[in-house]
Ligand binder design. Structure first.
Ligand code: ZN
Length: 309
């Protein structure tokens, strides 16, 4: 596998599916994940270790992780809400664990039923567990600073609080922080400003990825601002599926297909084969016929003479 300039972290199987009530059969999820990997996607967030009663759609996460681990070269990421989830994630063998820390405390209480102080204690406990694993079994542990650009419950979010929580999370022992526009409120200037502020506080190597939603159509503009700054990992969801059940009005992630087109058209490598990515989209559409898929490039096709492979 060649080197990529921008790592596209596909979050459709987690962020995408979690807001869809029709349960995708486990076998179909496995085929979809295999097809995404075959298209050259290098990292996939395959599920979330939450109780099945909370998110029945993701109840098969351990089995999906096990399947993902059989695919050579594929980085398997999972979301966890707490220490219990992290224990399950480590037992599953996932390569990367993310926990959401909502900058909006109202959203945090709604999403994971914990205050900032309680979440930071939980993050410290998870970090201790992660860092006590032998090196070859130790997952990368990231804290995703959600609602970092605004919250549909609280409204504007303080940028200095984002920086403070980034510092506190790293002090608690996580390996990296990410910036998440959970509700799709961000604009490119805000992305640049906040990335710069967090980098100044914690260093560039402690923030390398962003998670964006396309709620107000700003997703690709925001992704471009982040990439221009030097961010190297961008989360996206095939077909733009997704949302957050705990944040009213949050819609899907930025569309993987359109992001691949933008990045490759600018001369940067994603490692993705566009036609194979569209085949994964068709496979998903056949398994989940009632789910609306978004994206302009899959509809219009690549410009004449252009190939992405
Ligand atoms: Zn999200």
């Amino acid at each position: 596998m060649g080197k990529v300039d921008i790592l596209i972290s596909e979050v459709g199987p987690r962020d995408g599916l979690q807001s869809i009530t029709n349960i995708m059969p486990t076998a179909a999820k496995k085929q979809w994940i295999s097809a995404l990997a075959a298209a050259g996607i290098r990292e996939i967030e395959v599920g979330s270790f939450v109780p099945a009663s909370v998110l029945p759609q993701l109840a098969d996460t351990a089995e999906i992780v096990a399947h993902g681990l059989t695919i050579e070269g594929l980085q398997i990421a999972v979301l966890v809400p707490n220490l219990r989830g992290a224990e399950n994630a480590i037992a599953s063998g996932a390569h990367k664990i993310s926990i959401p820390l909502s900058v909006s405390e109202t959203h945090s209480l709604r999403n994971v039923k914990r205050t900032h102080a309680q979440m930071l204690e939980e993050i410290a406990r998870i970090a201790e567990l992660v860092n006590s694993q032998p090196a070859h079994k130790r997952p990368h542990f990231e804290v995703g600073l959600s609602t970092a650009f605004g919250c549909s419950l609280e409204g504007p979010v303080s940028e200095s609080l984002v920086v403070q929580l980034a510092e506190a999370s790293l002090k608690a022992g996580c390996h990296e922080v990410g910036l998440s526009d959970t509700t799709g409120s961000a604009n490119p200037a805000q992305l640049r400003r906040l990335i710069d502020k967090v980098w100044s506080a914690v260093g560039r190597d402690k923030l390398t990825g962003v998670h964006l939603h396309n709620t107000r159509g700003q997703g690709l503009a925001n992704a471009l601002a982040a990439i221009d700054m030097g961010i190297t990992t961008v989360d996206a969801s095939m077909g733009g599926i997704g949302g957050c059940p705990a944040a009213p009005g949050a819609s899907g992630n930025i569309v993987t297909e359109d992001l691949v087109f933008m990045v490759e058209a600018m001369g940067l490598k994603t490692g993705v084969n566009f036609n194979a990515l569209c085949a994964a989209r068709e496979l998903f559409a056949a398994a989940m016929p009632n789910t609306e898929l978004y994206g302009f490039t899959p509809m219009s096709g690549l410009p004449k003479g252009m190939e992405i492979n």
